[in-house]
Design a protein around this ligand. Structure first.
Ligand code: GLN
Length: 246
C-alpha cells in the first residue's frame, strides 16, 4: 500500500524529501521495505503538495510511477518548501488509477493522504458517506476509499473540529463500520501534521525546529523513531505528541 511523508521546518528543496536520501520516497516506490502484506511496489501514481509562503498549497501529481516522471527531478531541485506532504500510490484492487486518485488530496489549506484500505468498500462506507452533503459526493476527486475518507474529514474540519480530533474521529467511525481496515492517515495545513498508524508502518524524525513523518525512514539517522500501531501523532515544527487511539 502506498508510502507517504510529511515535513514541517525550515525550507528544504523537495528533492531532499523525494529523491536524494538513500531511502527517499522515490526509492520507497520501487523498493519499499515494510509493506506488511499490503502490496509490493507503489507504481500507480504519486503526488506532492507544498506551501509557497502564505498561500494555499500547490499540488503536482501524476498517474505514472514517480520514477518515470520527466519533470520531477528539475521541479524538486528548484522548489523549496517549509511544509510538504507527498505520496506514492499502490492502488487498491478495483480502484481507478488516475491522477486525481493520487494523494495528496487538497482542499483549501488542507493536504491529505491515506495509506491503506477500507474493508468492504464501497458498501461499508455508504452510511457515513450518506450523511455528507450530496455536492461533496458529486465532486469527489475520485471514486476511492481515500477520497471518501478525506470528504468525511473535511466535514469535521469545516464544522470547526481541531485537526487531531477530526482525524481520530474518522478513524474510529470508519473502523466501527469497516473492521480490519488499514487507516494510516496523514493531514497537514502547513503548520501542523496529524498522522495515524493503523495497519501500516510509520516513522518520525524530530529535530530542533523540524519534523519529518514518513512511512519508512529516509536514511540511517538514529533520530528516526518507529511509531507503534494504533497511534495518533500530532506534530508541529517544534512539538511532537504520540498517543494511543482510543
Ligand atoms: N486504497 C487507497 C487507494 O487505492 C490507498 C492505497 C494504498 O495505500 N496503497 O488509493
Amino acid at each position: 500500500m502506498c508510502r507517504h511523508l510529511g515535513y514541517l521546518g525550515p525550507p528544504v528543496p523537495l528533492k531532499d524529501l523525494l529523491l536524494d536520501p538513500p531511502h527517499a520516497l522515490v526509492t520507497q516506490a520501487w523498493a519499499p521495505r515494510d509493506m506488511r502484506g499490503g502490496g509490493t511496489i507503489n507504481a500507480d501514481g504519486f503526488g506532492v503538495g507544498w506551501y509557497p509562503s502564505a498561500s494555499e498549497p500547490v499540488r503536482y501529481a501524476s498517474a505514472m510511477p514517480v520514477w518515470s516522471d520527466p519533470a520531477l527531478p528539475q521541479l524538486a531541485a528548484v522548489t523549496s518548501a517549509g511544509a510538504a506532504l507527498a505520496a506514492v500510490r499502490s492502488a487498491t484492487v478495483g480502484m481507478p488509477v488516475t491522477e486525481p486518485a493520487a494523494a495528496p488530496f487538497v482542499s483549501g489549506r488542507w493536504l491529505f493522504s491515506h495509506n491503506g484500505v477500507v474493508r468492504d468498500w464501497p458498501r461499508s462506507l455508504t452510511g457515513l458517506a450518506g450523511e455528507l452533503p450530496v455536492k461533496n459526493l458529486l465532486t469527489l476527486p475520485a471514486p476511492t476509499d481515500s477520497a471518501v475518507l478525506f470528504a468525511l474529514l473535511l466535514a469535521k474540519l469545516r464544522s470547526g473540529e481541531p485537526a487531531a480530533k477530526a482525524v481520530a474521529g474518522v478513524v474510529t467511525e470508519v473502523l466501527a463500520v469497516a473492521p480490519g481496515s488499514r487507516l494510516n492517515l496523514l493531514l497537514t495545513d502547513g503548520a501542523q501534521l496529524v498522522a495515524t498508524t493503523l495497519g501500516h508502518s510509520l516513522s518520525v524524525r524530530a529535530r530542533r525546529g523540524s519534523v519529518l513523518i514518513a512511512s519508512e525512514p529516509l536514511d540511517a539517522d538514529p533520530a528516526w523513531q518507529s511509531i507503534p500501531d494504533n497511534r495518533l501523532v500530532v506534530a508541529t515544527a517544534s512539538s511532537l505528541s504520540v498517543e494511543e487511539i482510543s
